[in-house]
Design a binder for this molecule. Structure first.
Ligand SMILES: Cc1cc2nc3c(=O)[nH]c(=O)nc-3n(C[C@H](O)[C@H](O)[C@H](O)COP(=O)(O)OP(=O)(O)OC[C@H]3O[C@@H](n4cnc5c(N)ncnc54)[C@H](O)[C@@H]3O)c2cc1C
Length: 284
């Protein structure tokens, strides 16, 4: 399919990109293009102008920040996987190293994935588990959005019109914390039918804190708060994990489609929550 006609611009600075975005309400930002271009080819989106962010150096790269890490929005999955500053965030590397295929990992960006808010994308679950913060800039200035407030519905995030994600901050992991991400991938597309990221802190032989993020199963990524509460204070044994995840899918808004029905996906939430928690604790 051929997209409808559009203009194309490559601003060199964030200020230039913001001015272009403010000047045309039907313009769209272009990052890796791996979600936006297919949508345009299907004519589900028809922006008048694409504002390509790839020449804006300040949006790229990973740096250490306040004991944690700052990931520039235009950092690709492949760059994140290879980054020394992100080595400690095993759940993130679990995800960035298996997203899509080589082309997707070389072009797709962390900021693009977050902005798109695809219900089956991998990174939303990981960012929820890691307690990330999304830094954005718009005509009203800069703001930091806590990840728990970021995903608001199907393909919908807390980003306001005209805002650009500049970076994502990952907090330092507390001592005794280990993380993992596992997914039940659609064999055709590779997208998560159910994906779970776990961050588990062990202290004195007990789980002292944890965050569990779920993607793929419902209209948007969400934390498994019931599992988090049931796991916290337990000894982190396989039996305690099995008990904590037993009803993980209960009460969640779960989607069914031709790939997996609602009941099956709901059952898989428990299965993959257990696998993610076991994998995280095994890395401790
Ligand atoms: C064959 C294939 C397989 C895939 N498999 C997977 C998979 O297994 N798992 C997975 O998670 N994803 C998968 N994807 C999607 C891929 O990860 C996309 O790259 C990602 O969802 C979007 O990132 P992008 O950089 O390509 O963004 P783009 O497609 O360029 O943009 C996506 C949206 O975000 C907006 N945007 C981009 N950057 C910013 C910014 N900095 N600030 C504000 N808005 C911005 C754009 O305007 C657009 O609306 C796959 C894609 C393809 C084509």
């Amino acid at each position: 399919m051929i997209p409808s006609a559009f203009e194309y611009a490559t601003p060199a600075t964030l200020n230039e990109a913001m001015a272009m975005l403010a000047a045309d309400e039907d313009a769209k930002l272009l990052a890796g293009g791996h979600s936006l271009l297919p949508t345009m080819k299907l004519r589900l989106a028809a922006p008048t102008k694409l504002i390509d962010l790839r020449k804006i150096g300040e949006l790229r790269g990973v740096s250490a920040s306040g004991g944690g890490a700052r990931i520039g929005a235009m950092t690709t999955y492949a760059e994140a996987t290879a980054s020394a500053a992100l080595k400690g965030y095993a759940a993130l590397i679990d995800a960035t190293s298996i997203i899509g295929d080589t082309q997707v990992r070389n072009r797709g960006t962390i900021g693009g994935a977050m902005a798109h808010g695809d219900p089956a994308a991998d990174l939303p679950a990981v960012m929820l588990a890691l307690g990330a913060t999304v830094n954005v800039i718009g005509s009203a200035g800069s703001r930091a959005i806590a990840i728990d407030d970021f995903f608001v519905g199907m393909l919908t995030t807390a980003l306001e019109e005209g805002e650009i994600i500049t970076s994502i901050d990952l907090p330092a992991l507390a001592a005794g914390t280990s993380t993992a991400y596992v997914k039940f991938a659609n064999p055709a597309s590779g997208y998560a039918m159910v994906g779970v990221a776990a961050s588990v802190t062990m202290s004195g032989g007990k789980v002292s804190a944890c965050r569990i993020g779920l993607t793929g199963a419902g209209p948007s990524a969400t934390r498994l708060e019931g599992v988090e509460q049931a796991l916290t204070g337990s000894d982190g044994s396989e039996a305690s994990i099995a008990s904590a995840v037993a009803n993980a899918g209960d009460g969640l808004d779960i989607l069914g489609d031709i790939h997996a029905g609602e009941d099956y996906r709901r059952a898989m939430v428990s299965v993959y929550a257990k696998r993610a928690i076991v994998a995280a604790i095994a890395r401790a």
